[in-house]
Design a protein. Structure first.
Length: 153
């Protein structure tokens, strides 16, 4: 049956899906670091913003970090479960991608000034997720999950 759940037994579509999920986790980490760097830069270069008692920037940065941590954990957990052939992971990943799509649409539809770079970066993250989901639902991936699902007796 191949090596016990190792990468060698994964079809190419699953290898690609898992790698994309790891890339998604890394992207979420880079995103969080970028938000922290931008917030620190704004505070450093515009001390009046920090001194004025307006905490929206700090709140947005904090929220982004917490969401990014959750995002990283979800990417890694789902990637591991997919590697092990847990078919529920494929469905869970797809549902989370659908929810993420709604969030991305909200960002893209925003008329807030200055969000051009954020919109582009958000779209890149979405494309990583989309590619992972497409790989998860290819025929060889389906066969991989079916082969690991215990037969009903």
């Amino acid at each position: 049956m191949g090596s016990r759940g190792g990468v060698a037994s994964l079809p190419p579509s699953m290898v690609a899906a898992v790698r994309l999920m790891y890339a998604g986790a890394l992207y979420a980490l880079v995103w969080a670091i970028g938000v922290i760097a931008v917030a620190a830069s704004v505070i450093r270069n515009h001390p009046i913003v920090a001194a004025g008692g307006d905490h929206r920037l700090a709140g947005a940065a904090t929220l982004t970090v917490f969401v990014s941590i959750a995002d990283i954990v979800l990417w890694l957990v789902i990637a591991g479960a997919c590697r092990r052939g847990r078919s529920g992971a494929r469905v869970t990943g797809t549902v989370l991608f659908a929810l993420h799509t709604l969030g991305v649409l909200g960002v893209l539809a925003s008329a807030q000034a200055g969000l051009g770079p954020a919109k582009a970066l958000t779209l890149i993250g979405w494309l990583i997720g989309c590619a992972a989901v497409v790989c998860l639902w290819q025929r060889p991936s389906g066969a991989f999950f079916s082969a690991r699902t215990p037969a009903s007796r």
